[in-house]
Design a protein around this ligand. Structure first.
Ligand code: PLP
Length: 518
């Protein structure tokens, strides 16, 4: 359905706002954190390894930040290593512990709802011979402790269990997980990235061996992580080089980011106190969304102790999440479908699948993660857009059913076919004839090359990413944008005859503008 122009304008006037509801992806840097970092960038350029005064001052700042991080996780400063990010922390632990034990012991047991920095590292270790077993979780993602216990044996050297999941917010009983692991002589890695700043952390009380953290989830800078390694637990550095970080992680320290991480940790008490207000907002959000769509399904646990205060994973049966997210984005509202790391992939989230959602339900699910700048007004605004979308009052992007994509459209002079598939899908499958390939993560660098007078038909592998990009193009003033519903996969199935005949013909690759738009 093509929107009437005046309605479009009305929406622009009414909805010209920015509302950030994706704090599990990342958070804005706090003012105090930023000013401390700026001071370091401006004045404190000494290398912490240098012996003269300027260097010693920098080394002192690193140690101060280490203390600030260790305090909020209840560790000793000597047990904290700064890394480039939590992905590095997780990689470092998994690879070094595997190198330490394998092949004497062969098995790692993991929850199935870990972040990709764990699951993909485990997949790599499997190629090296390590056995990886995934224990079961219930429909809210809680690890089934009896199943974990059943899988443990003398061959198991490590248990990985994320403390609080990034997609659903479910919190695990990590103390009990550790007790089970200990009974069988295994070590424990817990990914605490989402938890720090949203719930109290006590690595000593939980008795875990390793824990990973990332500053950008708690109003600190991106590109700085931390790793807790319990004193005496085996650890080998991932990076070899200088003696930095007690020889555990080579490389000149990322000083301003380390200081920023420490400063962010100083605010943790305030963040924890503020979670009360965030819970109130989340309750309002759930109540409103239930009024709008009574058959919606809440995937996050409802008991407060079992879920992060800010996170809501919700399924709207019959509502395509990509379309909804595209519309929300069009209105300046940021939410996500799965973890930010899976953006650009068209596969449904492994976390949602692990808790029992079908592929279809996963594609009808969004994650809303609140933060400290959000207000009740944001909730009202966001839920109004959701309501308008669900009730079909707005639709700025035309949808083309795969069966309707025929030769007339494929060879229509007035249609510009835009291929926004990721590179691996392009390698695997030939695309629509006459298509123009662009890098889907940098669409803004091709805008000048897209013809405004033509209809733009956007397609991706599954129809999810393309709908987001379709809405983006609408927001950039392209008036006739059509999304191929179900993407190339659906079209190949519905129109195998046309696919056989024309796929891959006359495809061109557009070059991005060298200028990166601000
Ligand atoms: N673990 C979890 C649970 C996360 O949510 C993230 C980031 O999204 C990471 C690890 C990776 O953190 P980083 O971005 O610092 O590599």
């Amino acid at each position: 359905m093509e929107i009437q122009y005046f309605e479009f304008l009305k929406y622009l006037v009414r909805f010209n706002r920015q509302v950030y509801l994706d704090h599990n992806a990342t958070t804005p840097v706090g003012d105090r954190v930023r000013s401390k970092m700026e001071r370091v960038l401006k004045y404190q350029y000494g290398n912490p390894s240098s012996f003269y005064g300027l260097g010693r001052k920098s080394a002192g700042l690193v140690e101060q930040a280490r203390k600030q991080v260790s305090q909020v996780i209840h560790a000793d400063p000597s047990e904290v290593i700064f890394t480039s990010c939590a992905s590095e922390s997780n990689n470092a632990v998994l690879k070094s512990v595997a190198a330490h034990f394998y092949p004497k012991k062969k098995k790692i047991i993991s929850s199935p709802i870990e972040h990709p920095s764990v699951t993909n590292t485990l997949a790599y270790l499997e190629t090296q011979g390590v056995l990886v077993e995934y224990c079961r979780v219930d429909d809210k993602g809680r690890v089934l402790l009896a199943d974990l216990e059943k899988r443990m044996d003398r061959d198991t050297f490590l248990v990985c269990c994320i403390l609080a999941n990034n997609e659903t917010g479910v919190i695990q009983d990590i103390g009990t997980v550790t007790k089970i692991a200990r009974r069988h002589g295994a070590l424990v890695l817990t990914d605490c990235v989402q938890a720090l700043g949203k719930m109290p952390i006590d690595v000593h009380a939980w008795d875990v061996d390793y824990a990973s953290f990332s500053a950008h989830k708690l109003y600190g800078p991106k590109g700085i992580g931390a790793l807790y390694v319990k004193r005496g637990s085996p650890f080998m550095p991932l990076l070899h080089g200088g003696h930095q970080e007690g020889g555990m992680r080579a490389g000149t320290e990322n000083l301003h980011n380390i200081v920023g991480f420490g400063a962010a940790c100083q605010d943790v008490d305030k963040l924890l106190a503020h979670t009360k207000q965030i819970r109130v907002l989340k309750r309002q959000l759930i109540q409103r969304l239930r009024e709008i769509k009574p058959n919606c399904v809440i995937n996050t646990p409802e008991a407060e102790a079992e879920c992060l205060p800010n996170t809501l994973s919700i399924t709207f049966p019959g509502v395509d999440n990509a379309g909804l997210m595209g519309m929300l984005d069009f209105r300046g509202i940021a939410v996500s479908a799965g973890s930010a790391c899976s953006t650009g992939e068209d596969t449904p989230s492994h976390v949602l699948k692990a808790i029992g959602l079908s592929d279809q339900a996963a594609r009808e699910t969004i994650r809303i993660s609140l933060g400290h700048g959000n207000t009740a007004r944001d909730i009202r605004y966001m839920t109004q857009v959701v309501q308008d979308f669900i009730e079909g009052r707005v639709s700025f992007v035309n949808m083309l059913a795969p069966a309707q994509l025929n030769e007339t459209i494929l060879f229509d002079e007035k249609t510009f076919i835009l291929d926004v598939r990721p590179p691996d899908d392009r390698k695997q499958f030939k695309g629509l004839p006459n298509a123009h390939e662009v890098n889907p993560l940098q669409v803004e660098r091709y805008l000048k090359q897209l013809p405004r007078e033509k209809r733009i038909l956007v397609y991706c592998p599954g129809g999810g990413l393309s709908v987001m990009i379709s809405y983006y193009l609408r927001a950039k003033g392209f008036k006739r944008v059509t999304n191929l519903r179900g993407g190339l996969d659906a079209w190949r199935k519905r129109r195998g005859d046309l696919y056989q005949k024309y796929a891959g013909q006359n495809v061109s690759v557009l070059q991005p503008d060298s200028e990166i738009p601000s």
